[in-house]
Design a protein around this ligand. Structure first.
Ligand SMILES: *Cc1c(COP(=O)(O)O)cnc(C)c1O
Length: 404
C-alpha cells in the first residue's frame, strides 16, 4: 500500500483550512516553523522518505492493522460495526504512526534531540520508543498532575531511555505541558525537533501529522472495499486533538456518500463546566499557535477541562476539524463519561477487546448509530487504542483494588 503526500488539498499555502489554522507564535518560532515547512515539503517529495516510513510501519509498528467485524456489540437489527484495529499497533495506539514519521523528518533535518508533550503518556511513550530505535535523545514534558496519575507510563518512558520533566505551571496538565514544550523548542531550536502529538499547533503541524496518520483511512478504505464490495455508510472516530479522526477521515472526505462522525468527550455533559467538547461547547479562538474552536470563557481565558479519558481531556481541537464542522462535511457529537464507561465494559464482555477509554467514546456513539442505520448501513469505527493503560482508572472508579 503506497502512502504519499497530498499536495492538492487543504491547508492552503499559508496553512489555513478555510478560516482556521495559521501561524500564531512568538517571533523566535517563526523561522523554525518556516524551516520545518521547507523540510517537510522536501521530504514529502522524496520517494525514499516514504519507503523508509512504510518499511518501519510494516516491520516495527505491525501495519496494516486489521479490520474486524464486532458482531456481538449490538442486539437486534443493526448495521454491521467494523473496527479499524489501531489497538494492535506497537505501543498500543495510533500515535506511533505519527512519531515514526516525525522522528524520520527530525533525523533528515540533522536534529539529535526530540521533545514532546504528553497527557496520559501515550504520545510520550510513542516518542520515547522511536527515539530509542533511532538513537536520539528524548525529553518529555508532562503536567505534574499527570505524572502522578500516570506513574506506569512515566516509568515506561524512563525504561525507554527518555527523561520526563514534570510541569508545575497552570493546572499542571496537558495544556501546560504543551506550553512548556513550545517554550523549550524556542530555547533550543538548533538541535531540537518538537514532535507534536496531534493535528494541532501552528502550520505545518496539523498538515504533517495528518499526512502521517492518513495511513489509517487509506488502509481501511481498501480493506472495506475488498471485504464488503462497497464503501461504508459512516466512519466514526473519537476526537481529542483529532489525529486519529483526521487519520481515518482523510481517505473518505472525497466520498460524498460516506458520513463522517467525530465524537468528543462530553465529560459530565456538554453544557456543564466539566467537559472537553471543544467543537460542541467552544468558540473560535487561538490556542497553541493556530485558530480553531477552543473551550474558553467570555474573556478568552482557556477553560479547565474534564473527561474520564486523559487523551480527550484537551481544551482545543485541530483546525481541520473546525473547518469540516463549519463546512458540514463532518458532524461532531459528544458522549459523556458514563456512556463511555458503559461502552468500555460492554466491548470487553461482548468482544473480548478492552478498548482505550478514548475509543470507547466512539464505540458508544456507534452502538446508537448502528441501530438507527439498520442492516443496510455499514459502520467503520476507529479503535484508536487498547485499554490496558486505563484498567487502573476504571478499577479506581469502581472501588476495586489493583496492586500498585
Ligand atoms: C491520544 C489518544 C487519543 C486522542 O488523540 P487524537 O489526536 O484526538 O487522536 C485517542 N485515542 C487514543 C487511544 C489515544 O492514545
Amino acid at each position: 500500500m503506497s502512502i504519499e503526500a497530498d499536495q492538492h488539498q487543504l491547508p492552503d499555502a499559508r496553512g489555513y483550512f478555510g478560516r482556521f489554522g495559521g501561524v500564531f507564535v512568538p517571533e523566535v518560532l517563526m523561522e523554525a516553523l518556516a524551516r520545518l515547512e521547507q523540510a517537510t515539503r522536501e521530504a514529502f517529495a522524496d520517494p525514499a522518505f516514504w519507503s523508509e516510513y512504510e518499511a518501519l510501519l510494516r516491520d516495527y509498528v505491525g501495519r496494516p492493522s486489521p479490520i474486524y467485524h464486532a458482531e456481538r456489540l449490538v442486539d437486534g437489527p443493526h448495521a454491521p460495526i467494523v473496527f479499524k484495529r489501531e489497538d494492535t499497533n506497537h505501543t498500543g495506539a495510533h500515535k506511533i504512526n505519527n512519531t515514526v514519521g516525525q522522528a524520520l523528518l527530525a533525523r533528515r533535518m540533522g536534529k539529535r534531540r526530540l521533545i514532546a508533550e504528553t497527557g496520559a503518556g501515550m504520545h510520550g511513550v510513542a516518542t520515547a520508543t522511536i527515539g530509542a530505535k533511532l538513537g536520539m535523545q528524548v525529553d518529555v514534558y508532562m503536567g505534574a498532575v499527570d505524572v502522578e496519575r500516570q506513574a506506569l507510563n512515566v516509568y515506561l518512558m524512563k525504561l525507554l531511555g527518555a527523561t520526563v520533566y514534570p510541569v508545575e505551571s497552570g493546572t499542571r496538565t496537558l495544556k501546560d505541558a504543551t506550553n512548556e514544550a513550545f517554550r523549550e523548542w524556542a530555547a533550543r531550536v538548533e538541535d531540537t525537533f518538537y514532535v507534536i502529538g496531534s493535528v494541532v499547533g501552528a502550520h505545518p503541524y496539523p498538515y504533517l501529522v495528518r499526512e502521517f496518520q492518513k495511513v489509517i483511512g487509506v488502509e481501511a478504505r481498501a480493506q472495506i472495499l475488498e471485504r464488503y464490495g462497497r464503501l461504508p455508510s459512516d466512519v466514526v472516530a473519537c476526537v481529542g486533538g483529532g489525529s486519529n479522526a483526521m487519520g481515518i477521515f482523510h481517505a473518505f472526505v472525497g466520498d460524498a456518500e460516506v458520513d463522517l462522525w467525530g465524537v468528543e468527550a462530553a465529560g459530565h455533559g456538554v453544557g456543564s463546566i466539566d467537559t472537553a467538547a471543544s467543537l460542541n461547547a467552544g468558540s473560535v479562538g487561538i490556542l497553541h499557535g493556530s485558530r480553531s474552536y477552543v473551550l474558553q470563557d467570555d474573556e478568552g481565558q482557556v477553560r479547565d477541562t474534564h473527561s474520564v479519558s486523559a487523551g480527550l481531556d484537551y481544551p482545543g481541537v485541530g483546525p481541520e476539524h473546525s473547518y469540516l464542522k463549519d463546512s458540514g462535511r463532518a458532524r461532531y457529537v459528544a458522549i459523556d463519561d458514563a456512556q463511555a464507561l458503559a461502552a468500555f465494559h460492554h466491548t470487553a464482555r461482548r468482544e473480548g477487546i478492552v478498548p482505550a477509554l478514548e475509543s470507547a467514546h466512539a464505540i458508544a456513539f456507534a452502538q446508537k448509530l448502528a441501530v438507527e442505520r439498520g442492516p443496510g448501513g455499514l459502520l467503520v469505527v476507529n479503535l484508536s487504542g487498547r485499554g490496558d493503560k486505563d484498567v487502573r482508572t476504571v478499577a479506581a472508579l469502581e472501588g476495586a483494588e489493583v496492586a500498585r
